[in-house]
Design a protein around this ligand. Structure first.
Ligand code: ATP
Ligand code: MG
Length: 228
């Protein structure tokens, strides 16, 4: 069973990884994986690892969103979502979690995060990782063009999202914004946080769909517990 010790340990491990990164970031290739992570699941992790390996990225920084504009009501509060991301990544030296969106009071936009990253970590190459659904939506994001100037986007295939229309959208974006977008075929895992939340609502099993520590945290904190 999860204990508050494990949560503290996850925090400590992450702090150490972040501290190391703060000293060694210069000239590195960094993937950013943003999301609501409500909750984080195995497809997020497998996608991030696949891309890290394929493009030889030095680190992946997971940035759970604080108050995302496109999701009016995240189910679980941002601190629990942040804890779960730390628990999910604690055993991977190359995965780091940032609280930069969690600590922001205002609505959190990717553009502010990219600007902050560039300011804090000069001379890194940023690869912003999204699923196909997110890249297709990107024109609804704040400051679309500047997002593309600050990072290379890596669009991962996602089950349920048409490959043909994603390709077309990406070509459009390339033309319209001179966007740097790489399409990548990722071995599919048809998992979403919505699916996990639904399973939990119906008292179904989510074992192996999320890391064990995340499953235990959900149980321990009685998150998504829709008994009422
Ligand atoms: P929800 O169902 O609540 O929208 P989600 O599973 O889509 O949750 P998010 O936190 O919205 O998770 O997504 C964060 C990022 O991870 C997005 O870029 C999304 O496209 C990507 N992503 C999520 N699930 C997958 C998956 N199964 N395959 C590839 N990419 C994914
Ligand atoms: Mg989503």
């Amino acid at each position: 069973m999860i204990t508050s010790n494990l949560v503290e340990k996850a925090e400590e491990i992450n702090r150490t990884k972040l501290g190391k990164f703060n000293k060694t970031y210069k000239g590195t290739k960094v993937g950013i994986m943003g999301g609501t992570f409500d909750p984080i699941h195995s497809a997020h992790l497998a996608t991030a690892e696949f891309i890290r390996d394929k493009y030889k990225l030095d680190k992946i920084i997971f940035i759970p969103s604080g108050n995302p504009p496109h999701k009016k009501n995240t189910i679980v509060n941002k601190y629990d979502r942040y804890e779960m991301v730390k628990l999910a990544t604690m055993s991977n030296e190359n995965f780091i979690v940032s609280d930069m969106e969690i600590i922001r009071d205002k609505r959190t936009y990717t553009i502010d995060t990219l600007r902050d990253m560039k300011k804090k970590y000069d001379s890194i190459d940023i690869y912003f990782i999204t699923g196909a659904d997110a890249i297709c939506d990107i024109e609804t994001w704040k400051s679309v063009e500047e997002n593309f100037r600050l990072a290379t986007f890596i669009a991962a295939t996602r089950p349920g999202i048409s490959k043909a229309s994603t390709k077309e959208k990406i070509n459009d974006l390339r033309k319209k914004y001179s966007a740097n977008i790489i399409e990548v075929y990722v071995p599919s895992l048809d998992i979403s946080s919505t699916y996990i939340r639904e399973k939990l609502k119906n008292n179904g099993s989510i074992r192996y769909l999320v890391p064990e520590e995340v499953r235990e945290y959900i149980e321990y904190k009685k998150l998504y517990n829709n008994g009422d």
